[in-house]
Ligand binder design. Structure first.
Ligand SMILES: [Zn+2]
Length: 268
């Protein structure tokens, strides 16, 4: 009798657990996850050694931005292809064995696509904010078209001992082009990702002729197609075997360093 009751209880528990799992799945947000390698603060702290091969990164998405081993340039990924904008401002195709110390990628399925005319960077961001008003979820943003003006920067590969990112970016090469066709790729992330990723807009550019690109500082769009996708899931991959990562001081508030690094226009 007692065994019978235990058996019944077991069946009930199993059924309840099954229901809970089902209910959990039913309410889980659908769609692609933003996968990110490492944290932005560890990059700010100088953890520049690549940890994750590009061929593995491609398993997590076909669209995104990041950097390369030793900070050797700016990364763009779209349509599954990866571009490396080196310190000469030109785009290269990296070998898939190349590694990254920091990247954010997603499988990009746009939910909104609109045609845009002449727009400043501020107007472009305002349009994204209108189309995707929920600032508390992630947005992946792509613009393909003709740009009246684009201002970018890239970064040369670093040598050990690595200097902090805010120091490296003080003397980095900047590039400007007018009347250039190309693709802008990146994300708008919520304020609460501070420490993990870059709050606000973080965009990279590459020209169609692959002769120009980098981390976007400013632009003026002539005309183009804006596509965006909202993302409700985050998947993080942290370095397991990196002494530099293990020893990085990630308790420190690096918001001021990030601001200096990401948003500064030319100081020259
Ligand atoms: Zn960047």
């Amino acid at each position: 009798m007692r065994n019978m009751r235990l058996k019944q209880m077991g069946q009930w528990l199993f059924a309840a657990l099954g229901f809970a799992l089902f209910a959990g799945c039913a309410s889980a947000p659908k769609g692609a996850a933003l996968t990110q390698i490492n944290t932005i603060d560890s990059l700010l702290a100088g953890v520049y050694d690549g940890q994750f091969a590009l061929r593995d990164l491609q398993r997590h998405g076909d669209f995104g931005i990041g950097t390369f081993d030793r900070l050797d340039g700016e990364m763009l990924m779209f349509d599954g292809r990866i571009y490396q904008i080196k310190a000469d401002g030109k785009a290269y195709t990296p070998a898939l064995g190349t590694t990254t110390p920091f990247a954010s990628v997603v499988r990009f399925t746009p939910s909104r696509t609109i045609e845009m005319g002449k727009s400043s960077l501020e107007e472009l961001c305002a349009t994204v904010d209108t189309l995707a008003p929920n600032r508390n979820v992630f947005a992946a943003v792509m613009v393909r078209g003709e740009f009246a003006r684009v201002h970018t920067r890239s970064v040369p590969a670093q040598q050990k001992p690595y200097r902090p990112l805010a120091e490296v970016t003080k003397n980095q090469p900047e590039f400007k082009r007018e009347n250039v066709k190309g693709t802008l790729v990146g994300f708008r992330l919520p304020a609460y990702v501070k420490g993990i990723n870059v709050p606000g807009y973080h965009l990279h550019f590459v020209s169609d002729d692959l002769k120009f690109g980098g981390h976007l500082l400013d632009l003026e769009l002539a005309r183009g197609t804006l596509s965006l996708a909202q993302i409700h899931r985050l998947y993080m991959i942290l370095p397991g075997n990196s002494g530099a990562f293990a020893q990085a001081d990630l308790a420190k508030d690096r918001a001021a360093e990030l601001n200096e690094t990401e948003s500064a226009k030319s100081r020259r």
